[in-house]
Design a protein around this ligand. Structure first.
Ligand code: ADP
Ligand code: GLC
Length: 480
């Protein structure tokens, strides 16, 4: 039996702010249980729904020296959907209305988490062969493992994998502060280890000390070796290119299944998608109070409203877009300027723009089901799950060719009758606009081709199956 522990700051269904949670929540289910014992560890946040907290069971607790004090570490556990979950409990660190709060505080809380994860393993008597770490929040696990957990037999030989879901977020802080809180010695604060400029850097630590590095698409694995996408770590990515591989994300085919989805009013499959999507569209137009009309080209956006996702291009083109017979249904939260921008346009064009500035799993499914197209013109995109969800629901993505968007959306080719969406290359508002207009023209004047594309999109396989195989190969290779 191969024991693997996933460590992550967010995991579906317990807590989610983005795609990281979807990935860590769905991938562990895809391994053969007779060969792999995959468990998941995450913080127990006060802001988790009471329903989940009620299902957690107390396992143990102990005290751990951290940042100058002895700190409580509680461990709770739960078996859910065939996967064993552990939750690290500390009310001082994991309170508050959201998992991430103040920047400096987040650094301290996840340093605590990383140390607590390793400290808990002998206590709960689970010895992983591999600890699979996700994003900067878990970056110190490989470092601590190398540093102060090598004494006894228990930890010796444990391998680590670091998966980059987003290189933009690195968990850095002034090196003196970093040193004091983490408890790591001067040895680690050189440029070939954790230091970056004047800062200590959690993700860099993970990337230097992990045995293998993955990221969530082939294109992003290449892009991050270049200065534009490398966020200051491209040199390290090039240096470790032999240990770096891209494994594209999948989505949970049970949670995201238009045929059984209880969040949507009219369920469907690839054979009856055209008529049923129209019924979903009518229902959503009525629910959101935007104008009715079967042939209005409805474009969806479900996203964190940040610069990463290309909202400056969209802002720039909003007035132009709204001169056409389109509807834009937005669901998202994030930067104030983009929240306000969508609210403003919803006021200006109430018949065309619906700004839903909140978080709702149910509404996201309704949008994936009802819309004709989905807009995602990202500046960079490690993988992107929203376009995969759209494809699964027959909603054709309009994307910029970057990272995982490039790897998962095949652009429409009218001559060969191929493709599952629309794309443009350069990060340019007019190119985006022209691509939306091209999609609109196919929808309006060549509906037959559009409908065939919907069928092709829905029958592509974006489940975890193929990618889980690749993770398996890597685990087997690491364990030897
Ligand atoms: P990222 O992780 O960069 O935010 P992804 O496309 O990988 O982007 O994943 C985003 C996930 O978050 C998808 O599951 C998407 O449906 C979901 N999501 C984003 N914003 C919202 C929202 N306001 N309400 C519901 N789901 C959302
Ligand atoms: C990150 C990326 C997104 C990716 C997700 C899951 O949040 O921004 O592109 O799909 O992680 O890997």
């Amino acid at each position: 039996m191969k024991n693997i522990l996933y460590a992550s700051s967010e995991v579906v269904p317990f807590i989610k702010t983005g795609g990281l949670a979807d990935v860590v929540g769905s991938l562990p289910k895809c391994f053969d249980k007779s060969q792999y014992d995959i468990r998941v560890i995450l913080p127990k946040y006060e802001c988790m729904a009471q329903k989940w907290k009620d299902m957690m069971q107390y396992k143990t607790h102990f005290y751990m020296d951290f940042n100058g004090r002895s700190r409580y570490v509680g461990v709770l556990e739960m078996e859910y959907d065939g996967v064993h979950f552990y939750f690290i409990d500390n009310e001082e660190y994991f309170s508050g209305p959201k998992p991430y709060t103040d920047w400096h505080w987040d650094i301290e809380k996840f340093m605590y988490f990383d140390r607590a994860v390793l400290s808990a393993l002998p206590v709960i008597e689970f010895r992983p062969d591999i600890i699979h770490c996700h994003d900067w929040q878990t970056g110190l696990i490989p470092v601590y493992l190398n540093d102060s957990f090598q004494g006894g037999d228990f930890f010796r030989g444990i391998k680590t994998v670091m998966t980059i879901h987003n290189l933009k977020f690195q968990g850095n802080d002034n090196s003196e502060v970093f040193k004091r809180i983490s408890g790591l010695s001067n040895y680690y604060f050189t440029y070939d280890k954790l230091l970056m400029g004047p800062d200590g850097n959690m993700l860099k630590g993970g990337l230097v000390y992990a045995d293998a590095i993955t990221t969530v698409s082939d294109s992003y694995a290449e892009e991050i070796k270049t200065p534009f996408y490398g966020e200051g770590l491209d040199g390290l990515m090039r240096a470790r290119s032999h240990d770096l591989r891209g494994i594209v994300n999948g989505i949970d085919y049970v949670d995201f299944n238009p045929e059984t989805d209880s969040n949507i009013p009219f369920t469907y499959n690839a054979s009856n998608a055209i008529e049923k999507k129209l019924e979903n569209k009518r229902a959503l137009q009525a629910e959101l109070g935007i104008g009715s009309g079967d042939n209005r080209f409805m474009i969806g956006i479900v996203s964190r409203l940040t610069d990463q996702k290309g909202f400056d291009l969209i802002s720039y083109m909003m007035d132009n877009l709204c001169q056409r017979d389109i509807q834009l249904v937005v669901l998202g939260t994030g930067d104030q300027k983009y929240e306000d921008m969508f609210r403003w346009f919803a006021g200006k064009y109430p018949d065309k723009v619906s700004a839903n500035i909140y978080y709702s799993e149910a509404m996201s499914h309704k949008i994936y089901a009802a819309c004709d197209a989905f807009l995602m013109p990202s500046l960079f995109e490690p993988c992107g799950l929203s376009q995969l969800m759209s494809l699964r629901y027959g909603t054709l993505p309009i994307v910029r060719e970057t990272g995982g968007l490039k790897d998962t959306v095949q652009p429409y080719n009218q001559f060969e009758g191929t493709g599952t969406g629309f794309s443009f290359t350069h990060y340019n508002a007019h190119d985006m606009f022209n691509t939306v207009m091209f999609a609109h023209s196919v929808y309006v004047s060549d509906r037959d081709s559009w409908n065939k594309m919907v069928y092709r999109a829905m029958t592509k396989d974006f489940s975890w199956q193929a990618s889980a195989e690749k993770y398996k190969e890597m685990y087997d290779w690491l364990i030897g």
